[in-house]
Design a protein around this ligand. Structure first.
Ligand code: SF4
Length: 684
């Protein structure tokens, strides 16, 4: 008789802060079905096409199931080996180069059943701290710069989607497309049904625009200028909240003087937004209480100094007195947390072995590889070959490493080009884990045995620690016991794996739905800082500043973002999952009709994107949904970052301002585009 069991799990992609629940049915030890979990309070049964495509991970003939080694990089000649032999080889090399010449990097793929719970992250960090090797905080590649800008103002915490849906009278989706916040969207729709005004600000007409009462298209990088001009209008109109500004902010006089010349006309030249619309937006925002700004997590902050967008935008709710007010302030943001959220940190950071450590900065990592300071590079669930800027530089830097190791579930560009050893990882259904939204912690119980020789990532640390004689790396009997240690926190009500199982797989976090309910802001003064002496001490401007990408320079400004068909480099950029690969079989570049016509480009033409750093082939999507001068492309295509700039955004003095890392490179790119239609040279 067939034995059927159902498990509550979570989608193995990481659309934080929402994340979607799934019900997994296993029949006779095989996956029978995946469906949206209707009991999940965050996602309420929703699964997007990426979540539904997750069943294609199972039984996929591209899956990595054996440890592999090769003697020559770039060749396709891999040999199967054992975990023991692979770990011996890695540990021997680590010993021969010395611990400070070993670097560990982990990415989203390593947290498919761990995102925002962070235990697997902490376990890698724990190994690195106790052993004494290099590791870097990967927030630098994602939301770190946005968090930095918000943090300098003092507004890192975010209010929840539930607060937005119930209380906001105006919602500004600022650089926040909803393809990565599907469950926030439901609450935006709820607010709209109540009569809330929805405004979308972005560099193109995104999917979220369909919901908007007002869509404002800005030039890439000019968001700070728009926010500063809004402050100019609010101050000139005397419509700021004097009581909030007096009680909870510092630097208002300096801000007032600073924005005096930042008029709507001034902003029009930088943003491309007509001055009259800047005035109307500022007045509507100042007049509507409460208003919540949902700020983009990552793409908004890719470009020279675009952290200033977050710095300037987070000043707005302080002018209107919206922080601490239900329905006001800053809404859900990737990487953001609710007031009171947290888990026990098991990374043993206080026991980090003394050593010479390379800063949390992309430029520093590249240089360390280039100079041979790092000789062994281990990547877990990531593809640095595509996700780091200036691909050619990263490729050359990895070439210099003496040993390059990958732990993953599908081969990707990094593995194909650079790796010497590949270790096969378990997928989200083959191990126990947990994922956290801003309101719940959700258990993802093991539903299936590991396929082939796939193993959970902590077996890698345990195996290396044993060979390198590093104590206390994994002091738990199993992963459930480690989870219990991390869950033993006031925010979870000191829950445990067993308690989660008994409670239907989740508990509500003991958090405030409203950020900063006690007005204790995360700055040295404890207030919102319009002017920041901490920033000045780091050598960056004390006041929020506009960023000018230079509208008169040659070339088109390349903007990046997310689509429904992928999530970062997961599953070899989604190309390993047939449903997603069929939907997006190649890179489409959005280009305005005027820019296309000027270059003789027709819709669907094969095209070449190029600049002094390199080139990348794509297909033209000629559309009026993007303005002249800007082009847009889905991020993460292998080779796309050949075009982007690896110059550091923030100085070293700024890197340790917060617990997360902010050492992102600019990723700025101006490009030219030409049609390959008649060239007979398309090579897509
Ligand atoms: S929105 Fe994100 S978390 Fe939800 S199903 Fe889709 S990919 Fe998964």
């Amino acid at each position: 008789m067939a034995k059927t069991r159902s498990f509550q799990s979570m989608c193995p992609m990481n659309c934080h802060p929402t994340l979607c629940g799934m019900t997994v049915t296993v029949k006779d030890g095989q996956l029978a079905s995946i469906a949206g979990d209707v009991t999940n309070p965050d996602s309420q049964g929703f699964l997007c096409m990426r979540g539904r495509a997750a069943h294609e991970i199972l039984g996929n003939d591209r899956r990595l199931l054996k440890p592999l080694v090769r003697s020559r990089r770039g060749s396709d000649q891999w040999s199967e080996t054992s975990w023991d032999a692979a770990l011996d080889q890695i540990a021997n090399k680590m010993q021969s180069v010395g611990r400070e010449a070993v670097g560990l990097w982990q990415g989203h793929g390593n947290w498919a059943n761990d995102y925002a719970f962070g235990l697997k992250r902490a376990q890698m960090d724990r190994f690195a701290n106790l052993y004494g090797c290099q590791y870097w905080n990967p927030a630098m590649i994602c939301w770190g710069l946005g968090g930095f800008g918000a943090g300098i103002t003092g507004a890192i915490e975010t209010s929840t989607k539930e607060d937005l849906g119930e209380n906001s009278q105006m919602v500004i989706l600022w650089g926040a497309n909803t393809v990565s916040q599907a469950n926030t969207l439901r609450h935006v729709e709820m607010a709209k049904r109540r009569g809330a005004r929805i405004v979308v600000i972005d560099v193109r007409r995104t999917e979220a625009s369909a919901l908007a009462d007002d869509v404002i298209i800005v030039k890439p990088g000019s968001d700070a200028a728009l926010a500063l001009a809004m402050m100019h209008v609010i101050i000139a109109d005397q419509s700021w909240s004097a009581s909030f500004v007096d009680a909870h902010t510092t630097g208002f006089a300096a801000l007032k003087a600073h924005v005096a010349a930042m008029t709507p006309d001034w902003a029009e030249t930088l943003t491309g937004v007509p001055a009259s619309r800047v005035v109307a937006l500022a007045r509507a925002y100042a007049a509507t209480r409460p208003a919540m700004i949902v700020m983009g997590g990552s793409s908004l902050h890719k470009g020279d100094n675009t952290w200033q967008a977050a710095r300037a935008i987070t000043c707005l709710p302080a002018l209107t007195g919206d922080y601490g007010r239900p329905g006001g302030g800053m809404g859900p943001r990737h990487g953001g947390r609710s007031h009171g959220a947290g888990f026990v940190d098991l990374s043993a950071a206080d026991r980090r072995k003394p050593g010479h450590y390379i800063p949390n900065q992309m430029e520093a990592i590249l240089t360390a590889l280039e100079t041979g300071t790092v000789k062994v590079f281990v990547s877990l669930g990531s593809n640095v070959s595509s996700s780091f800027p200036d691909t050619n530089r990263m490729r050359a830097a990895l070439e210099k490493a003496e040993l390059v190791v990958a732990y993953d579930i599908f081969a990707n560009q990094y593995i194909r080009e650079a790796a010497d050893i590949v270790l096969p990882g378990t997928i989200w259904l083959e191990e126990i884990g947990a994922k956290s939204t801003n309101t719940y912690i959700h258990l993802t119980d093991q539903a299936l045995p590991a396929a082939g020789d796939a193993r959970p990532v902590y077996d890698l640390y345990k195996g290396l620690a044993k060979r390198l004689a590093v104590d206390d790396v994994y002091p738990w009997a199993d992963q459930a016991e480690a989870m219990d240690a991390a869950l033993d926190h006031p925010a979870t009500g000191h829950t445990s794996v067993e308690a989660l199982r008994a409670n239907g797989g989740r508990v509500a976090l003991k958090v405030s739905h409203v950020a900063y309910p006690t007005y204790d802001f995360a700055t040295p003064t404890g207030k919102i800082e319009f002017s920041s002496s901490r920033a000045a001490d780091m050598g960056i401007p004390a006041l929020p500043m506009p960023v000018d990408f230079g509208g008169t320079k040659d070339g088109l400004i390349l903007a990046h973002g997310r689509t429904f068909g992928h999530f970062h480099s997961f599953y070899d950029h989604a190309q390993a999952l047939p449903t997603l690969a069929a939907r997006e079989d190649q890179a489409d570049l959005w280009i305005a009709p005027q820019d296309a016509a000027y270059r003789g480009i027709l819709d669907a033409d094969p095209i070449e994107l190029s600049n002094a750093r390199g080139s990348f082939n794509a297909r033209a999507k000629v559309t009026p949904r993007i303005p002249k001068g800007t082009v847009w492309i889905r991020d993460g295509w292998p080779g796309l970052n050949t075009l982007t700039d690896a110059t550091s955004v923030l100085p070293l003095a700024a890197l340790d301002a917060f617990a997360f890392s902010v050492g992102q490179s600019s990723y700025h790119a101006r490009i030219e585009v030409r049609s390959l239609r008649n060239a007979g040279e398309a090579n897509l």
